[in-house]
Ligand binder design. Structure first.
Ligand SMILES: *[C@@H]1O[C@H](CO)[C@@H](O)[C@H](O)[C@H]1NC(C)=O
Ligand SMILES: *[C@@H]1O[C@H](CO)[C@@H](O)[C@H](O)[C@H]1NC(C)=O
Ligand SMILES: *[C@@H]1O[C@H](CO)[C@@H](O)[C@H](O)[C@H]1NC(C)=O
Ligand SMILES: *[C@@H]1O[C@H](CO)[C@@H](O)[C@H](O)[C@H]1NC(C)=O
Ligand SMILES: *[C@@H]1O[C@H](CO)[C@@H](O)[C@H](O)[C@H]1NC(C)=O
Length: 265
């Protein structure tokens, strides 16, 4: 009798220990970081749009650098893109379905030819792919690229027509950006002051190099527009944060100082 109850006790202890061990291993595999990850989705939230930065390129400089362009090369500033920026002047990243910037489903790039049909003729003249500006297919490749990179997390992820129109409208609203003639040289600061004189807001200036890498050129003038609320397209010019492009604290591009001399081809 005495030995039976001893065995029963031992069995009870074994059952209890194995249950405890199973509970423990379940708990330890479900560690705190997995819990937070799955239940509270504690990822960095996508950044909010603070302002829009349309980037205007000077085709004679863009085409006398790394791009090779089919003529005719436009001799007015054309749109490179319109970029939503956060309050630190960093670009809003493209749509990522694992950390979506919007509950809306962004329009797929393949739908752009249908959506942009009504403004195609304006896009062709104001926003050409300079490599082959009269080629509609090449232009759509450029617009699709810009849409994926900068449009899908703009204020209009499912409305590319409004997104592209907003840039065209801003571009057509500016008849003069700089008043100096071609084939002249200026410092970066002089160019910025000239834009301020004309538009009453400081731009960001981007340079590129000529093909031999011997001369800095005025490649792009980028303007900054306030975004008072998401329902209005950008229209209030503000000073850009930096005259030279800064990313994560570092100046980007061949121009490193406001006193650098740049050629306006
Ligand atoms: C917790 O789980 C995550 C994801 O499964 C894993 O990467 C991490 O190393 C685990 N941490 C610990 C302390 O077990
Ligand atoms: C237009 O561009 C597309 C895409 O780059 C290219 O495949 C096609 O050959 C070009 N058409 C002409 C007429 O050059
Ligand atoms: C512009 O057009 C060229 C020639 O068709 C093409 O190779 C290039 O990818 C296009 N640019 C962009 C950014 O899509
Ligand atoms: C820029 O030049 C092109 C070609 O001459 C023209 O179609 C377009 O309207 C001009 N854009 C502006 C804003 O002046
Ligand atoms: C832009 O900066 C200039 C010079 O610092 C200043 O005078 C002007 O008021 C600013 N404009 C805006 C719209 O903030």
């Amino acid at each position: 009798m005495w030995s039976t109850s001893k065995y029963l006790l031992l069995a009870a202890v074994v059952v209890c220990l194995s249950a405890c061990f199973r509970l423990y291993s379940q708990l330890s595999s479900l560690n705190i970081s997995t819990l937070i990850h799955h239940q509270f989705k504690a990822r960095a939230p996508p950044p909010t749009i603070s302002f829009y930065k349309p980037s205007l390129q000077w085709p004679p400089a863009a085409c006398h650098g790394t791009l090779s362009c089919k003529p005719p090369i436009p001799s007015n500033f054309t749109i490179h893109g319109i970029w939503p920026q956060d309050r630190n002047d960093e670009p809003i990243p493209p749509y990522n379905k694992n950390n979506p910037c919007t509950p809306k489903t962004p329009t797929p790039p393949t739908n752009l030819p249908i959506k942009l049909r009504p403004i195609e003729v304006y896009l062709m003249s104001e926003w050409p792919n300079l490599t082959d500006g009269l080629n509609l297919t090449a232009n759509y490749q450029f617009w699709e690229y810009e849409w994926k990179k900068h449009g899908t997390c703009s204020d209009y992820p499912d409305d590319p027509l409004t997104y592209f129109k907003s840039a065209v409208k801003l571009r057509l609203g500016i008849s003069t950006i700089v008043r100096f003639g071609r084939q002249t040289s200026w410092t970066v600061k002089q160019v910025a002051d000239e834009v301020f004189d004309v538009l009453k807001a400081y731009p960001e200036i981007a340079c590129n190099l000529n093909p031999r890498g011997t001369q800095k050129q005025l490649w792009e003038i980028r303007l900054c527009y306030d975004r008072p609320n998401p329902r209005q397209t950008p229209h209030i010019l503000i000073n850009c944060t930096h005259i030279l492009h800064v990313r994560k604290g570092k100046i980007i591009g061949p121009c490193k100082s406001l006193s650098d001399t740049i050629f306006f081809p």
